[in-house]
Ligand binder design. Structure first.
Ligand code: PRP
Length: 219
């Protein structure tokens, strides 16, 4: 039997190992993701300044999605892999393979209160309700979790909540709002995540790419 690849079959092989990647659409996280992916050898041209959300290149399809949605796109297999913060991986509760810590900006999950702390913490506001419930359980704190969508510090300032669980990066937001970091809950960074079925179907391509990302993360 002739096993020599035909032009058609090699085209199919190239096509089947083309990667679809979900990356965060926010400017700072997007810039970090693109830089990291390019350094690891993905051929991604400059993205035009537009409202487009999907970019097709010969080597890769890029999907620009909201941070919390990256683990979802990867878990359902619409994307083979993605770049996203550990905070959103935890919050998603999705079972993606998470092979590489890409580093990037270091930040952390913290329990935050007013400088004049309330005697009892009964309500905790956050944009990470799942992760917060887990943290509170581990701390043995029986507080209600109030899910909000952003600007969480305001919940502590206004008394909507007695404390908040949020990410702290530079600490500037806390400082400028007179809040204190009562307890660091977990150190965080940006990760590369992979859909478990894609890891089998596109094994060679993904394993090579993971290897390149690991080498870059070390250097
Ligand atoms: C994040 C986070 C804090 C702030 C921390 O908010 O929720 O508010 O950054 O950063 P810092 O320690 O460097 O000040 P983001 O900018 O994502 O806005 P959001 O609150 O609207 O989600």
């Amino acid at each position: 039997m002739n096993s020599k690849p035909t032009a058609h079959s090699s085209q199919l092989t190239a096509q089947s190992s083309k990667l679809t990647l979900a990356i965060p659409s926010g400017e700072r996280s997007k810039a970090f993701a693109l830089r990291t992916l390019r350094q690891a050898g993905l051929e991604i041209p400059e993205l035009e300044d537009s409202r487009s959300l999907r970019f097709e290149f010969p080597d890769v399809t890029l999907l620009l999605v909201k941070d919390p949605d990256v683990p979802v796109y990867v878990d359902v297999g619409v994307a083979d892999c993605g770049v996203v913060g550990k905070d959103w991986i935890l919050e998603s509760g999705r079972d993606n393979y998470e092979p590489v810590d890409l580093g990037g900006n270091q930040y952390r999950f913290s329990l935050i209160t007013l400088a004049q702390e309330k005697p009892r913490i009964e309500r905790v506001a956050t944009k990470y309700p799942r992760a917060t419930r887990d943290f509170l359980q581990k701390l043995g704190m029986a507080a209600d979790v109030i899910p909000l969508n952003g600007k969480i510090e305001l919940a502590a300032l206004t008394g909507l909540a007695d404390a908040i669980v949020d990410i702290v990066e530079t600490g500037r937001t806390l400082k400028e709002n007179g809040l204190i970091e009562k307890q660091v809950l977990l150190e965080l960074s940006t990760r590369f995540i992979v859909n478990r079925a894609a890891l089998k179907l596109k094994a060679q391509r993904l394993r090579n790419f993971i290897h390149a990302l690991e080498n870059n993360a070390k250097s």
